[in-house]
Design a binder for this molecule. Sequence first.
Ligand code: NAD
Length: 252
Amino acid sequence: MPVDDVETIAKALTDAEVAVAFTGAGISTESGIPDFRGDEGIWTEHDPSDLHIERFRRDPGTFWRTWLMLHDSVAEDAPEPNAGHRVLAEWVEDGTLAAVVTQNGDGLHQDAGTPDDAVVELHGTFREGVCRACSAREPMDAIVDRVRDGQVPPTCRECGGTLKPGAVLFGQQLPTSELSRAQELARRSDAFLVVGSSLAVHPAAGLPVQAERAGAFLAIVNLEPTPVDGRADVVVHGRAGETLTAVADALQ
Ligand code: NAD
């Protein structure tokens, strides 16, 4: 990757009063979790409508059987944070970054040490299920065990209502408070760093554009081109872990 680009990103992070990272599924592929749209992404085997809220409403049992398959294909390898998650966690700790806004529900930013209150989970979490009736939450591992044992769809231990994954499904609104917080961070930021996102899913993908329009330096680190590359100050078509490690080295 071009040394100049790495140094330009490092300088922008140093100069910024408010720097924000915005991550997508691409930051977690190096931890063994497939993304949606990359070369080996989930959509090469599944259809996006499998994870649509209408499918869940129509037939929660079939929905949960698909979810179990996806869960098991990822959970088998017990994903751990990679260099990319760790660099962002260090930057939050030393004040380089104000927050990490993520589209991911895998919890790896928190596992790497970024405190809960510095992570904005725009699309909810895969680690919990939530009851449609009473909003009680349960760990996903316990829920998928019940699905595996034939409780399909799984039901809430508190009230017997149907459980849904804590992730925002296609066709669902984003949680209002997280979206407002992310938009506020985008508007306030002087440096906005996108890592591992195709920037294809709205409204989340509009955040880099909001940040750039509000005057932020915009950098995009992604293996493939994105529709927002033309607006960015720096675009690195490279791997997240390697690129963030190089920027961290340049900051020292
Ligand atoms: P996406 O699948 O649309 O795009 C991922 C992008 O990352 C691709 O353009 C790909 O080229 C790039 N990429 C893959 N590996 C990379 C690497 N090592 N370094 C740099 N770039 C890499 O993902 P998105 O934009 O986050 O799409 C949004 C949806 O995907 C979100 O709703 C999110 O919830 C969901 N999702 C999340 C996870 C997760 O939590 N880990 C996994 C799959 C999908």
